[in-house]
Design a protein around this ligand. Structure first.
Ligand code: CP
Length: 320
């Protein structure tokens, strides 16, 4: 029995093993010889909205022989203040695994600690591990191993998606560039936590660039200069400027992040044939323009579909 609570705590070996299983899971859809969730009921406990994560987990659980029970956190006593540890101990006696989307990372960890059943993080304020494993799989499907490649994240560089990307870069040995205003970049303490062994800064003021190196060969660069961040990149990636739970900051975020858009001009400086990815939902005209989104829709919707295949591997891994 295993948990997938974060990429911070998932080993590089486990990440590589999940990624290695995804192509076969995708190819064999509809004809799986193995039904690892047969006879099991998995609960999806969601405190935030979801299209892709909810549907891909519900379908994936069924395709692996199990049944899915969707529990909107506001419809159960959790939403009226029943402690997580009590909810976990009750559900742990009734269901066989849990997929949780919530706000605080510690809530997913507490559920895992008290429930005694495999627990999967389906997005918290700190991480979105299933999304980033899927993104890496999608990249590798068309571009081969991500080790040594350059991924440029554009936008709110301190939200859950770039933070999970950072842990992946630290462990899998690729370069992640976070292009964001200074106030939307992770702080040094985060990179120490991620295992950075070497830190140096170049430039100053608005061109301050912070470099973090990791024993895997991975590198993370935090930079305000979007053009420099995109130059030569193998992939440009973005996410919404206003994450769930940050709606009160919408006006400020739209002002602060307005220059951080993926568009045709930016793509000109990336590597020829660079991939463009978006974890969706997309807000056209904000983090990405409509023409660029539509020009790269094949990749973006492959990425969305791949949530199903990668998460099925995660489910099978969790119960193995
Ligand atoms: N990317 C993602 O997690 O999508 P949903 O919010 O629709 O699940």
């Amino acid at each position: 029995m295993k948990h997938l609570l974060s990429l911070e705590t998932l080993s590089a070996t486990a990440m590589e093993s999940i990624l290695a299983g995804a192509a076969d899971m995708k190819r064999s859809r509809g004809q799986h010889a193995c039904q690892p969730l047969k006879g099991q009921v998995w609960g999806l406990i969601f405190s935030k909205s979801s299209t892709r994560t909810r549907v891909s987990f519900e379908v994936g659980i069924r395709e692996l022989g199990g049944q899915a029970l969707f529990l909107n956190a506001n419809d159960i006593q959790l939403g009226r203040g029943e402690p997580i540890k009590d909810t976990a101990r009750v559900l742990g006696r009734m269901i066989h695994g849990a997929v949780i989307r919530t706000f605080a990372q510690k809530d997913v960890e507490e559920f895992a600690a008290f429930s005694g059943i495999p627990t999967i993080n389906a997005l918290t304020d700190d991480e979105h591990p299933c999304q980033i494993l899927t993104d890496i799989f999608t990249f590798q499907e068309s571009r081969g191993p991500i080790r040594g490649k350059v991924v440029t994240f554009v936008g709110d560089g301190a939200c859950n998606v770039p933070l999970s990307w950072a842990f992946a870069a630290a462990k899998l040995g690729f370069e992640l560039r976070i292009a964001a205003p200074r106030a939307y970049q992770p702080d040094e303490a985060f990179f120490q936590r991620a295992g950075a062994t070497h830190f140096f800064a170049t430039g100053s003021g608005p061109v301050l660039t912070r470099h973090f190196d990791f024993p895997s060969g991975g590198k993370i660069i935090c930079i305000e200069d979007l053009q420099a961040a995109a130059t030569g990149a193998d992939m440009l990636y973005t996410d919404v400027w206003v994450s769930m739970g940050k709606e009160a900051e919408s006006a400020q975020r739209l002002r602060d992040l307005s220059g951080y858009q993926i568009n045709a001009e930016l793509l000109k400086v990336a590597k020829p044939g660079a991939l463009v990815m978006h974890c969706l939902p997309a807000y056209r005209g904000k983090e990405i323009d409509d023409a660029t989104f539509e020009a790269h829709a094949q990749t973006i919707f492959d990425q969305a579909e791949n949530r199903l295949h990668v998460q099925k591997v995660i489910l099978a891994w969790a119960v193995a």
